[in-house]
Design a protein around this ligand. Structure first.
Ligand SMILES: Cc1ncc(COP(=O)(O)O)c(C=O)c1O
Length: 376
């Protein structure tokens, strides 16, 4: 059995350290916010080179709170991609805003920034939520241009891309830290994952940080005195302590993910397989951290045939994402229809996620590629 993702292999290596840190939090007794959360926030901010990191309950809440902190309110238009996880768009609706979708680039699967510019002008949009999909950084130069030219707010959805980097004005920055505000998810399968739900908001803006901090705690700075109507969305202290342990290994794990992508690429090239895969690029910075390894087939039939054959051979796969967001029933009121975003619609039918996690072995990669080769 080769699973799509396996948390237990990692746990076997970290067991002692994780149990020790859990014991220290429980012995300390401060399990809501307190030192474990503060430590992790400080370490995360240092790792990302950003002024503020605020731990929250999950990545979806991080998006809702970040948009709220930015001041998005009823009727405000926010541009985003339909080829992403649901929470990227639901946060807009949950703040009373209106999602404006534009298609993705067929090469990177990230939001097409030319179309974003057009949408900002046409819809007078207040904000943009780019997603660094599957771990690949959105083009910072173009984003910077939009930020300056139109004054739109940028909320980076970096849920899948911790540690990935981009470049603007010759400065390399980590994803999540480039926009006005950014968010991360520490869902267990993420490159940095907790043992349950967890997330964070990051920003260099003191006012946004203060608002986000209040919003995660019922809109209050001082207990029982509420300046805003906020949420109960704190990062659990136990998860924070475990994330501190794991953060130390993140770069090592990321390197292994990049090497796994290289190994897939080597074997695909050797076997001359008719599929499209994310090429490892030498840019001098980490433009992709391979949160997911997603390949693309010629058509839906081939994709489904490969999926079925791999399942039969005990190899895990997944579809990210089978129905683009503009076609979701709950967004019907916005009037989108099939054919509006051909690239996203095609990718939802032709792509397949293959196993990737740092403990995946080269032998397992060889087996996966062999099985794909057999079926196509
Ligand atoms: C792109 C993207 N945005 C937001 C989220 C939401 O994060 P969470 O699952 O922690 O709520 C996820 C996680 O699945 C995601 O992949």
């Amino acid at each position: 059995m080769i699973p799509l993702f396996d948390l237990t292999r990692q746990y076997n290596k970290l067991r002692e350290e994780v149990l020790r840190t859990v014991d220290s939090v429980l012995s300390d007794g401060r399990v809501i916010l307190g030192p474990a959360v503060e430590n992790f926030e400080k370490e995360l901010a240092e790792y990302l080179d950003v002024k503020h990191a605020i731990g929250v309950a999950n990545g979806s809440d991080a998006l809702v709170i970040a948009l709220h902190a930015l001041g998005i309110e009823k009727g405000d238009k926010v541009v985003t991609t339909p080829y992403t996880f649901f929470a990227t768009a639901s946060c807009i609706v949950r703040n009373g805003g209106v999602p404006v979708f534009v298609d993705v680039d067929p090469e990177t699967y990230n939001i097409d920034l030319e179309q974003v510019e057009h949408a900002i002008r046409k819809e007078n949009a207040k904000a943009v939520i780019p997603v660094h999909l599957f771990g690949r950084t959105v083009d910072f130069e173009k984003l910077h241009f939009l930020k300056v030219k139109y004054g739109v707010k940028i909320l980076e959805d970096a849920a899948q891309s911790i540690g990935s980097e981009g470049k603007t004005d010759n400065i390399i920055k980590k994803s999540g830290t480039f926009g006005n505000i950014g968010i991360f998810s520490f869902f267990p399968t993420k490159n940095l994952g907790a043992y349950g739900d967890a997330g964070a908001i990051v920003t260099n803006d003191d006012t946004l940080a203060e608002r986000a901090k209040m919003l995660r705690q019922h809109g209050s700075k001082k207990k029982y005195f509420h300046e805003m109507v906020g949420y109960n969305s704190r990062l659990d202290s136990l998860h924070a302590a475990i994330l501190s342990v794991k953060l130390k290994y993140l770069d090592e794990w990321t390197e292994r993910r990049i090497n796994i992508a290289k190994e897939y690429q080597r074997l695909f090239e050797e076997k001359r397989l008719p599929l499209k895969y994310p090429k490892v690029e030498e840019k001098g910075y980490r433009s992709h951290v391979y949160h997911q390894y997603v390949v693309e087939f010629e058509d839906e039939q081939t994709r489904d045939r490969v999926k079925e054959y791999l399942t039969k051979n005990d190899i895990g796969t997944a579809l990210y994402y089978p129905l683009p967001l503009h076609l979701q029933k709950c967004f019907a009121e916005y009037g989108y229809k099939e054919g509006d975003f051909p690239v996203s619609e095609r990718l939802s039918k032709t792509t397949l996620a293959l196993p990737i996690f740092p403990e995946l072995t080269d032998e397992e990669i060889a087996t996966i590629v062999e099985k794909i080769s057999e079926v196509i």
